[in-house]
Design a protein around this ligand. Structure first.
Ligand code: NAD
Length: 254
């Protein structure tokens, strides 16, 4: 398969979950993939797996709150693979959860810093590289939480991820004339390590599954397939889209 043949992509949050599956899928579709997350050892294992499958990848660990890290990921894409065509700014964290009046300023800032400022810093350094290629695809991971559904106890997470949608729409308008498409994926509940905080008992898991029209959560590879669509030429007229891939959690009332 070669949907992304000749393309180079950055994937952040690639050590597990949605980012991990997307990095593997991108590589299996012919892309050179720069994988980022905080743990180099986890990333090296992923690179070895991709290479064993005949793909090409390189790893660089760091924190998306660090501007120098955002710059280094782009430099690695250009030095190792000759340019950048796709960036999936996916790294994210729940931040402090619970009733809003009890959230600490530190916990609030942590969610904003990782989810929103991290996305901004990624894009800031990816844009010049995408322009040097004459265009490309920027993709962010947001969520239905705080967009189509208000959920108690998620203020910092919801605000940071809604901010990502505002960032995405601005960038889509700014960069469309230069051939860069910018979109966000909005997954429903997805079975990853991060989601465990939301479903730490069988009762909570059953409740969350029941919120979805499909009566289950996504597997991360199902979200990855939608990210592949946004990255590929199949989405050549799709920009500025907050794309729900949410198993119907936004429309379900049963
Ligand atoms: P995950 O825990 O498996 O993956 C999160 C990834 O982000 C990991 O690789 C982690 O190392 C990385 N990360 C976290 N903080 C970081 C930091 N400061 N710097 C660099 N990397 C950092 O969880 P996931 O569900 O795959 O999460 C991926 C994205 O999907 C997140 O942005 C999350 O908010 C979003 N999302 C998840 C769900 C869900 O139900 N799982 C639903 C909607 C949106």
């Amino acid at each position: 398969m070669d949907i992304l043949k000749g393309k180079t992509a950055i994937v952040t949050g690639a050590s597990s979950g949605i980012g991990y599956e997307t990095a593997r899928l991108f590589a299996s579709e012919g892309a050179n993939v720069i994988v980022g997350a905080r743990r180099q050892s986890e990333l090296e294992k992923l690179v070895a797996l991709i290479e064993a499958d005949g793909g090409k990848a390189a790893a660089l660990a760091g924190d998306v709150r660090d501007e120098a890290y955002a710059k280094s990921l782009v430099e690695l894409a250009e030095s190792r693979f000759g340019g950048l065509d796709i960036a999936f700014n996916n790294a994210g964290a729940n931040g402090e959860m619970g009733p809003t009046a009890g959230i600490s300023l530190e916990g609030w800032r942590e969610a904003l810093d990782i989810n929103l400022t991290g996305a901004f810093l990624g894009a800031k350094h990816q844009i010049p590289a995408l322009l040097r290629r004459g265009g490309g695809s920027l993709i962010f991971t947001s969520t239905f939480v705080g967009h189509t559904v208000g959920m108690p106890g998620t203020a910092a997470y919801a605000a940071s991820k809604a901010g990502v949608i505002g960032l995405m729409k601005t960038l889509a308008a700014e960069l469309g004339p230069q051939g860069i498409r910018v979109n966000a994926i909005l997954p429903g509940g997805t079975a990853t390590s991060m989601a465990e905080a939301w479903v730490d008992t069988p009762e909570k898991l059953a409740f969350v599954e029941g919120l979805h029209a499909l009566k289950r959560r996504a597997m991360p590879e199902e979200i990855a397939r939608s990210v592949l669509y946004l990255a590929s030429d199949a989405a050549s007229f799709t920009t500025g889209s907050a794309m729900l891939v949410d198993g119907g959690v936004s429309i379900n009332r049963t």
